[in-house]
Design a protein around this ligand. Sequence first.
Ligand code: FNR
Length: 364
Amino acid sequence: MTGPGSAAGPLRPVSLEEYAEAARARVEPAVWDFIEGGAGQERTLTANRLAFDQVRLRTRVLTGCGEPDLATTVLGRTWAAPVAVAPVAYHTLVHPDGETATARAAGAAGLPLVVSTFAGRTFEDIAAAASSPLWLQVYCFRDRETTRRVVERAERAGFEALVLTVDTPRLGRRLRDLRNGFRLPDHVRPANLPAEHADASPADHGRTHLDPGLDWSVISWLRSISHLPVLVKGVMTAEDADAAVAAGVDGVVVSNHGGRQLDGVPASLDVLPEVAAAVRGRTALLLDGGVRRGGDVLAALALGADAVLLGRPVLHGLAVAGDEGVAGVLDLVTEELADAMALTGTPSVAAAGAALPAAPAGTV
Ligand code: FNR
């Protein structure tokens, strides 16, 4: 038997919750609150998790499933599993290597990384560290020239898609940050934005720079400045999914921004069937918010997603052990997904929907 700190070395966390616990001990309380917190009373943040907790997977036996195949193709590229890293600002908050460490781990796992407009490392450094697809998350600023330069710089660095975040005409009211008067530490700044964007307060930056007046014409504007596929992140209704398809997007991400924008909106998983019914396979369909184990990934696939994004758990892994910690988090989720697929008799990602049709009473 080996134990923590034994000759065999410390035990690795065996769940994403254990990574979160280990990360909490390593991160400044105000930074922890910025990462973990949601808007308002955090009802939506809680709902994201509850929705997954209520899912019961439907097992089929003696299917001859064998080793499940986790690989999937999204926008013409093969991913090792239907999991990507969600865009999360400032990985440098929890590790000096920031997004370069995350890119190394995502590359080793064969999973894409969506890099935030607010990355703490330059796109060029991230691209040099990456060996799997990089996508750029785009915030459209009042100053379109700045946005255009960010997009062009990422495209030049080899990024493969744009993910326009559409749920942030302003920043949500994050009470933990308001109480803490949260400010970014001096060493954490947006590495790909001009000096006037280096505001230490994310809330002040949002008020000053986010364009609150965007409409669907922003999609054709992005098309006019870039050749990359465009996804929209933050769709929560069938109407907006229809509008996104009509605007010609290549993908839709169902997301409530991890409960950080408007408190009281539904869990992302709860609106996934509605959005999937509207999209009808016409674009890629991704989901994020509350995914914390492999069974959650399978539930999202069964309810219509092509893949999921992981937000906070990636920062937890990064805080615990840099790229090795991120690799640990990504490995755990994919191993758990393989378990869930094998144990439900789901041989492939494509079979997830058919093998696990949505059923009443939260059972899939
Ligand atoms: C985010 N998220 C986010 N989204 C985005 O489009 N651009 C961004 O810069 C950020 N930044 C960011 C920072 C932090 C600290 C968090 C926790 C989240 C939202 C993110 O992409 C994703 O929607 C949620 O994090 C998904 O939920 P989970 O996996 O964290 O529950």
